[in-house]
Every structure is written in structure tokens, then in C-alpha cells.
Design a protein around this ligand. Structure first.
Ligand SMILES: [Zn+2]
Length: 139
């Protein structure tokens, strides 16, 4: 897409700190990192979300993220790597080009809010009813 910032990075019109590239995938450092090594893995072909990305590109991004995540983990002695993927503005997706965040967790770093929620038992009837709604919408 013409004015998509990630498409412009793919075309080389905007520089990036590239850590990985193959035929379908590009990975580079997030310039607003949550932590050192916060990396974005994207398909080179524009797709806005999980619902739009081709299955081949989706597989390529996630297969590449395995290799990239291992390198991040080793390079930074991470205690874990969070893989975070957001779809839609309501989920705080900012750049509307599919991307997977790889966020290394380093010993002593502040907690990652999205992976640090309080565990509270849910209402089983409500959970069942929501599961039925989702199942009915499945194509
Ligand atoms: Zn794009």
C-alpha cells in the first residue's frame, strides 16, 4: 500500500534496524521499544490483520519468528519472549499492517502489563454462552 509505513520500510523508503529478511518476511527493531530487543515481524505483502493475511504469509511470519525469537533470547539472555499480535484499533493496533511483536523479558525489567493480569474465576454460564456464540459464527 502506497502510504503504509511498513510497506514503505519493505520498499526501503524508510530505514529500519533489520534483524531478519527472507522472501516473504521482514523483521526489524521497534523504534518505540517496550524493552531492548523489541522486534516486529511482518509479511512483505500488505495485509491489515489476521483476517486479511494469506495463510502462506501467516505461516512464514510465525516460522521466521521462531528463529528470530531464539536469536533474541540468546543474544539478550532473555528470561522469556512475549509474542504479541494485535488486530484492530480497539485492540490498540497502531500500524494497520499485520505485525507480530517479539518482546524479550529481561530479569529485573518492569512487568509486561498485558501478560500480567489478575487471575479471577469467570462466570461458567457466561463463558459457556460466549463459547457457543463463537462456535456458531465459525466458518
Ligand atoms: Zn503495509
Amino acid at each position: 500500500m502506497e502510504d503504509c509505513i511498513f510497506c514503505r520500510i519493505v520498499r526501503g523508503e524508510i530505514p529500519c534496524f533489520k534483524v531478519y529478511e527472507d522472501e516473504r518476511v521482514l523483521a526489524f527493531e521497534d523504534i518505540n521499544p517496550i524493552s531492548d530487543g523489541h522486534t516486529l515481524v511482518i509479511p512483505k505483502a500488505h495485509a491489515e490483520s489476521l483476517w486479511e493475511i494469506s495463510e502462506d504469509d501467516l505461516a512464514a511470519v510465525h516460522v521466521a519468528s521462531k528463529k528470530i525469537g531464539q536469536a533474541i533470547s540468546e543474544a539478550l539472555a532473555a528470561t522469556g519472549v512475549a509474542c504479541l499480535q494485535l488486530n484492530g484499533r480497539g485492540a490498540n493496533q497502531v500500524v494497520m499492517h499485520y505485525h507480530l511483536h517479539l518482546i524479550p523479558r529481561i530479569s529485573g525489567a518492569p512487568p509486561l502489563p498485558v501478560s500480567n493480569w489478575e487471575l479471577k474465576a469467570g462466570d461458567m454460564a457466561r463463558i459457556k454462552s460466549v463459547a457457543e456464540k463463537i462456535t456458531a459464527a465459525m466458518r
